[in-house]
Design a protein around this ligand. Structure first.
Ligand code: NAD
Ligand code: ZN
Length: 267
């Protein structure tokens, strides 16, 4: 399935939510308890409480830059130094960043549930740091340098001063992330679709559901009969389709969910 990454306008859904947070967590815990296959779809919001800015926090800017000037193949062709400065600064910002309670609980869920997978749009590596191993990274990994000539990939272990060159052929490398207009890594989206079609419960966490094809996964799971819960303090393009919306920060919801699950198991 070859689908380039693209963005659509936010759907104007604005639900008035009752503030019954404990009951919502209880309901979700019960759904999880019954399920044998669970999928967690995450976006930039799951890392927000770790201090990583989300995509379009401030007036359409992404960490101070216009996405089309730093996150497209055309931008890289036009001015590779400018694009690399942006990504090296993002790597520098990530050096001191740690997983938050949401990443940690999601990491532990992999040990608790027999079939628990994560599909993330994030490139920050925080799920992996928190122990998630069954993970599909739809948009790549910010710490990978990929050669523009021979395709060789190298994991950066520190933040370089200048833009990296390929250690194999000496040609310029680029960040190993998926830019707007580019295809997702081969096989990754296909696996994500498979997981979405098999899942009985899907958690949609911290994504505005605006970036495609990632945003299509929750709809697809829903059409395949999954119970889909959204965890996001703000309404999104997907909220109206969700079976349950928990309007809370992921770092607050997941610890509550984990403790409710523990109580259900003890009963
Ligand atoms: P987005 O920025 O479009 O949306 C973030 C969503 O998270 C919003 O709906 C917001 O309400 C919600 N949110 C904010 N704080 C939250 C919290 N504490 N708990 C739960 N939800 C919270 O993000 P997106 O939908 O992931 O799309 C962004 C694109 O940019 C993706 O393609 C991604 O690859 C990239 N990106 C990645 C990172 C990262 O790796 N951390 C950061 C920024 C952007
Ligand atoms: Zn090379």
């Amino acid at each position: 399935m070859l689908v380039p990454m693209q963005s659509v306008k936010e759907c104007c859904y604005n639900a008035a939510m009752n503030d019954n947070f404990p009951q919502m967590c209880e309901r979700l815990a019960n759904e999880l308890r019954k399920a044998s296959r669970i999928l967690c779809l995450t976006g930039a919001g799951v890392s927000a409480e770790s201090g990583v800015p989300t995509f379009r926090d401030a007036e359409g800017l992404w960490e101070g830059a216009r996405p089309e000037e730093v996150a497209t193949p055309e931008a890289f062709e036009r001015d590779p130094d400018h694009v690399w400065r942006f990504y090296l600064a993002r790597r520098q910002n990530l050096v001191a960043v740690r997983p938050n309670p949401a990443h940690e609980v999601i990491g532990r869920f992999e040990q608790i549930f027999p079939e628990f997978d994560v599909v993330t749009q994030n490139v920050d590596g925080l799920h992996q740091q928190a122990g998630s191993e069954r993970i599909q990274c739809l948009h790549g990994d910010i710490w990978i340098d990929r050669c523009t000539e021979c395709g060789h990939e190298e994991r950066a272990t520190s933040v370089a001063e200048a833009r990296p060159m390929c250690p194999k052929c000496g040609e310029p490398s680029r960040p190993g992330v998926v830019w707007f207009g580019e295809m997702l890594p081969p096989g990754v989206f296909e696996r994500a679709v498979e997981l979405a079609s098999l899942a009985e419960v899907v958690l949609v966490v911290g994504t505005s559901s605006q970036v495609y094809p990632a945003a299509s996964l929750a709809d697809f799971a829903k059409r395949n009969g999954a119970f889909v819960a959204e965890i996001n303090p703000n309404a999104t393009a997907f909220s109206a389709s969700a079976d349950l919306v928990i309007p809370r920060e992921a770092g607050k919801m997941f610890p509550e969910l984990e403790s409710r699950l523990a109580k259900i198991v003890q009963k």
